[in-house]
Design a protein around this ligand. Structure first.
Ligand SMILES: Nc1ncnc2c1ncn2[C@@H]1O[C@H](COP(=O)(O)OP(=O)(O)OP(=O)(O)O)[C@@H](O)[C@H]1O
Ligand SMILES: [Mg+2]
Length: 247
């Protein structure tokens, strides 16, 4: 697939992000600068690069969690490109609700909320009934081998792999045009890893644009169409590399 012909869901231009550590002497960390990349419908872009080069920070920026210092992040939302780098917070919320699903590396546990309710909430959208959303949640939890005996429990006491599967179930609970995945299979066994690979491939087949961090080479080669290598400190500012097919 070429990104020039296909429908672009994400266009990142000249993106830069730094952090200032106000409680540690005002030290500035320049994470990345001048990044350009784009992702088309049905395509998966894998972010690669050494630890600390800003892969997770880039994903959080694409979700509107981190505000970049410079550049733009155009996301196709309801037939219009919205720049998440400059959009007001209520627009970012709007774009997230309608267009972007984000699976963080670890589940941020919500106290006393059951696994099935966490996923049901994500599955409920566009006036979909609570009952239907719950059925969807149960089906996706089952697919990820989270059995009924765990559904009514809060995930705080779950194993790392179980928590991550609840996190993945939440991210896949409804079809979103953009899917952001931060090491989704890092704590999974081979069987569950294969389930997640199939779910990512199914999402791509429906036209979802996927941006992911996959340290597992097997997962990466199964799902990624192109690799974007984050520039290291010593590198020149990052541009999208020529397509580097890993399929
Ligand atoms: N909220 C934050 N406040 C301050 N510094 C941050 C914050 N988030 C990330 N950083 C810094 O930005 C740099 C990039 O971090 P990031 O987590 O994006 O890297 P990464 O490529 O995902 O690394 P890894 O492969 O280890 O997950 C690191 O030096 C990190 O300390
Ligand atoms: Mg990371």
């Amino acid at each position: 697939m070429t990104t020039t012909m296909a429908l672009l869901r994400i266009r990142v231009q000249g993106l830069g992000k730094s952090f200032v550590l106000h409680h540690q002497g005002g030290v500035r960390i320049n994470v990345f600068q001048d990044l350009d990349l784009q992702v088309a419908a049905g395509e998966c872009l894998a972010l690669a690069g050494a630890s600390g080069t800003g892969k997770s920070s880039l994903l959080r920026s694409l979700y509107g969690n981190y505000k970049p210092d410079m550049g733009s992040i155009f996301v196709l939302h309801e037939n219009a490109y919205i720049d998440l780098a400059s959009a007001p917070p209520r627009w970012i919320q709007h774009v997230r609700r309608g267009t972007i699903a984000y699976v963080s590396q670890f589940l941020r546990v919500i106290p006393r909320v059951s696994a099935v309710d966490i996923v049901t909430e994500a599955a409920q959208f566009n006036g979909r009934s609570r009952d239907l959303a719950r059925q969807t949640a149960q089906a996706i939890l089952s697919r990820l081998n989270i059995g009924p005996h765990l559904w009514s429990l809060a995930p705080k006491t779950f194993s790392g792999g179980e928590q991550q599967r609840v996190n993945i179930a939440r991210g896949f609970a409804r079809e979103c045009p953009v899917l952001l995945l931060d090491e989704p299979t890092a704590s999974l066994d081979a069987e569950n890893r294969d389930v997640v690979i199939r779910m990512i491939l199914e999402a791509k087949a429906t036209g979802t644009a996927v941006v992911g961090i996959f340290h597992d080479e097997q997962v990466r080669s199964a799902v990624a169409d192109r690799i974007f290598t984050m520039p290291g400190q010593a590198d020149a500012p990052g541009k999208e590399r020529s397509p580097d097919c890993v399929c």
